[in-house]
Design a protein around this ligand. Structure first.
Ligand SMILES: Nc1nc2c(ncn2[C@@H]2O[C@H](COP(=O)(O)OP(=O)(O)OP(=O)(O)O)[C@@H](O)[C@H]2O)c(=O)[nH]1
Ligand SMILES: [Mg+2]
Length: 201
């Protein structure tokens, strides 16, 4: 276990109305508003948590999903450690737009290594009886597009909301550990005449 506390920036992206603000508010304040207004621009909230022995301050950035707010949200993508691609299981179009959100994020966040960037996909509103996207279909998209974790949530019923944000932290920590491992592998042993270091990254 490492003693240092980490500040992690996670960003919620997805179509307007899929429930991004509701997920953030459920997680941070444990409240749900059935009459929530569309977000304009970007808002953020912090929450401290412990995951697998690591103390983390999660800075959750909630963006406006409506197209007309694109120029207000994209400047905030840079520096994100994880991106939560969100759709609503009762809105097929929001699922079909996931690829666009993924591309928009990679472009504006200027992600150097998109294949290894930690995305997590959330299918929200599973409390709704009429679904337009099945679990299998969503899982298949995640496997095809980068083997991303997929979680089904309900901000309304508080289903899997905590699990979703913890998964985001786990994904970031996994990437960080891999990097640390690689850096250790490249440490030069000044006492050794032979070249040291492994080529893991
Ligand atoms: N039934 C149900 N309704 C939800 C859920 N999450 C959000 N909603 C409702 O869906 C509507 C939109 O939710 P928001 O959280 O504002 O959606 P958003 O993704 O932040 O939308 P933008 O800010 O426009 O991008 C609101 O009326 C919420 O009450 C959920 O899990 N279940
Ligand atoms: Mg919102």
């Amino acid at each position: 276990m490492s003693g240092k506390s980490l500040l992690l920036k996670v960003i919620l992206l997805g179509d307007g109305g899929v429930g991004k603000s509701s997920l953030m508010n459920r997680y941070v304040t444990n409240k749900f508003d059935s009459q929530a207004f569309h977000t304009i621009g970007v808002e953020f909230l912090n929450r401290d948590l412990e995951v697998d022995g690591r103390f983390v301050t999660l800075q959750i950035w909630d963006t406006a999903g409506q197209e007309r707010f694109k120029s207000l949200r994209t400047p905030f993508y840079r520096g994100a450690d994880c991106c939560l691609l969100t759709f609503s299981v009762d809105d097929r179009q929001s699922f079909e737009n996931l690829s666009n959100w993924q591309k928009e994020f990679i472009h504006y966040a200027d992600v150097k290594d998109p294949e290894h960037f930690p995305f997590v996909v959330l299918g929200n509103k599973i409390d709704k009886l009429e679904r337009q996207v099945s679990t299998e279909e969503a899982r298949a998209w995640c496997i095809e597009n980068g083997n991303y974790p997929y979680l089904e949530t309900s901000a309304k019923d508080d289903t899997n909301v905590t699990v979703a944000f913890e998964e985001a932290v786990r994904q970031v920590l996994a990437v960080e550990e891999q990097l640390e491992h690689c850096m250790l592998g490249h440490t030069i042993d000044l006492n050794s005449s032979s070249k040291s270091g492994s080529a893991c990254c």
